[in-house]
Design a protein around this ligand. Structure first.
Ligand SMILES: [Zn+2]
Length: 457
């Protein structure tokens, strides 16, 4: 099947970062096979043709760090520190003990929110207690596939919890933890070319060195990447230093954990040497400005990272930690926040934020050969934006997409050339049905919330 999108303005994110007006885009068997000035691509007999006059096509946006189950705790906790937020969040997780069916629904709901905001690829950092993790991995994976998105299941684990007393560590040994992670990988692998897998140790200080070592070996054996939280708060950095007797990243280098298949979320409380080490090993950073600001975690030194040559993507984090599953919002905050705290040389520019939202996220997920730009040979993961006030007058398109757009102009979303949303209607799952199915959760959320609040502090 092939589709010719005619007469659009196309933000390519190719090497020259070209924005091409009056261009046609030919999609065939899920890929981009033609990109040329309007009228110059010959139309085959079976090619469907859509006029995109006045419309803008951008690469599908990428959230390289999200927790989709977190949507059920959206706006529940407004704490004054990450630590207090995290204690309540995990206590709530334990009390609510979501069923696989509920996890499926929550993932569908979060997926719809991502698609509505033009996000085509998401890394879902997913954790569950090992005893019933696999059924829940199945449920989350099924939801991600059913929405039509491209996704990475980032299976998360730990074997210690020095920074949160509310996390019960169930497994008896690092070997047990890795066995479950291997089983999770086996469940996910080969389900679909749209669904990948990464090992996701919760954070270095929440894993013994033995577990990190086993994780590194398994990643190598399976040929998958590793994703983790890194130095999200000042306390995390201090705990790391206390455990290791040196900064966390230095320790990770010492145990051989740094490589180009590793991506690290947040990465706020790092010293210059640690940033240099991440660069040296081509570790990718995932910046989560809404979450960092919402939880008061701190200001990541993103511009300095970019200047040093580090590759940076963006993440929504959990809706509970941040705000909404929107990468437009992350782009905007990534650009605005530094203007309040750093001198102009450390301001992130709109073009840099747009790269983080597309190619940067693709690099963090090891998918930059497949997605992240609109170029012949890449998969057809695209967003079509309709003409709207936020994009008019179209003076500086990338600046407007970053400063003025909130996702309302997103009209159609494609993954592998298949529409996930058309005319703002979600195509693959029944959007209207989900709130009704999830309504039984409401009473349990209220009960669990009351129980968390009643705990002795
Ligand atoms: Zn996170």
């Amino acid at each position: 099947m092939s589709l010719l999108l005619k007469g659009a303005t196309i933000v390519t994110m190719n090497d020259r970062k070209e924005v091409l007006s009056d261009h046609d885009l030919l999609l065939e068997d899920g890929r981009i096979v033609g990109l040329a000035p309007t009228g110059s691509i010959p139309k085959g007999g079976s090619t469907e043709e859509w006029s995109c006059n006045g419309k803008i096509i951008i690469p599908g946006l990428v959230s390289a760090h999200s927790h989709l189950s977190g949507i059920f705790q959206r706006s529940l906790w407004d704490e004054t520190s990450f630590e207090s937020w995290s204690a309540k969040t995990f206590a709530m997780d334990r009390l609510a003990n979501l069923s696989p069916e509920e996890i499926y629904l929550l993932h569908c709901a979060a997926g719809i929110e991502l698609i509505r905001h033009g996000v085509t690829t998401v890394l879902d950092m997913f954790s569950a207690y090992p005893s019933d993790a696999l059924d829940k991995v199945d449920a989350a994976s099924k939801a991600l596939l059913d929405t039509g998105m491209r996704a990475i299941m980032g299976y998360s684990f730990r074997d210690q919890s020095p920074d949160n007393k509310d996390v019960t560590v169930e497994a008896t040994s690092a070997e047990d933890v890795i066995l479950t992670a291997r089983a999770a990988a086996e469940r996910v692998t080969n389900l679909s070319s749209r669904l990948g897998f990464m090992l996701a140790p919760s954070a270095p200080q929440r894993c013994s060195d033995k577990l990190l070592g086993l994780c590194g070996k398994l990643a190598q054996e399976l040929g998958v990447g590793i994703h983790t939280h890194l130095a999200e708060t000042k306390t995390h950095a201090a705990i790391g230093r206390a455990i290791y007797g040196e900064p966390i990243v230095k320790h990770l280098e010492r145990i051989g954990f740094l490589n180009s298949g590793l991506s690290v979320a947040h990465s706020i409380w790092l010293d210059d040497e640690e940033i240099g080490l991440l660069r040296k090993y081509d570790v990718k950073v995932v910046h989560n400005p809404a979450s960092n600001m919402r939880l008061g975690s701190g200001a990541a030194r993103v511009k300095e990272m970019i200047r040093s040559g580090l590759r940076v993507g963006l993440g929504t984090d959990s809706a509970n930690a941040g705000t909404v599953y929107s990468i437009f919002e992350q782009m905007k905050l990534a650009v605005l926040m530094p203007r309040c705290v750093w001198p102009p040389e450390n301001w992130v520019l709109p073009g840099e934020a747009f790269e983080m939202a597309t190619l940067g996220g693709a690099r963090a997920l090891l998918l930059d050969q497949v997605i992240g730009s609109i170029e012949e040979g890449k998969q057809a993961d695209l967003v079509i934006l309709k003409p709207s006030l936020s994009l008019s007058p179209m003076s500086n398109l990338v600046n407007q997409l970053v400063f003025a757009e909130n996702g309302d102009s997103v009209e159609a979303v494609f993954v592998d050339g298949k529409p996930l949303m058309l005319q703002r209607r979600i195509q693959m799952v029944d959007e209207e049905d989900i709130p009704g199915q999830a309504s039984s959760l409401k009473a349990r959320i209220r009960e669990a919330q009351a129980a968390v609040l009643a705990r002795p502090s």
